[in-house]
Write a protein of this length. Sequence first.
Length: 318
Amino acid sequence: MISMENHNSTKSWLMISITVEQEEADLVANTIREIVPGGLVLERIYEGVFPHELDLIRVPVRIFGYLPVDQKLENRRKEINDALQNLKGIYSPPDPIFSSLKEQDWTTAWQKDYHPIPLGSRLIVIPSWLKNPKPERIPLFMDPGMAFGSGTHPTTQLSLILIEKCLMEDDPTEMLDIGCGSGILTIAGAKLGVSSALGLDIDPDAIRVSRNNAEKNRVDDKTNFILGSVKQIIEEEISVPRSALVVANIIAPILISLLNDGLMDTVLPGGNLVISGILEEQLSGMLSLLADQDFSLKEQHQQGEWIGLWGKKRRINS
């Protein structure tokens, strides 16, 4: 990783960036690592990949680092180009991209790609370092790029839109967020009027991140986050009451597993279920499974290849 303390005296920088296939990333990085002061960062490029799939696929890797603009700059650029040329017998990497970066941009340069995202009729997801540009909307302050979801992925956006629609039509006082991740859906429920919102996740880091985000959004008094799974709820290993609104933003294979574990049993009769993370080709099978479990579809939304569903659990004897 880049060491900032050695760079404070320099006025400006030249960023070197090169994108390669995952298999060649270590080879290319090791070839130029010693030439770049402070080292390199390797960043996998996920673009539209759902967070739960990150370890299941191979994606391109962006390798980048920073060269101080000083008397050694041109020599370093030549060394980098020569080193990459020397790889041609093994692998032909693309040409590196060099771009200027002023010192005052150093710590915030990555932030320029993130902007507030209005969703539905009332919500807006805002990077945590910005102010709310639309005071008439309800802000969800999150850190883009965090491991557990931040509102930039289509499945999260679909979930937020459907939760808002549900809460505008119905008036559940409690909410259960299965696989809460960053806590964004739990936080949204609390800000939209749910008096008690509970987030559940099997990852201790997700629980920690969710609690921090709830405090940042000033809804820690209306939210709670606990470690656990649907199976533990059904088997009464943890005490979680059935809810009038249950949400789960998880890829379809895991949703199917959760439904088989008893996800629908966490929803009160007549209550609402919002799920997202379903691809077009998975929709028919998912709807069939849900229908078998007393789920009545109310709304279906799509963004790109991703689909979110909102429906109700049928009341007893209805």
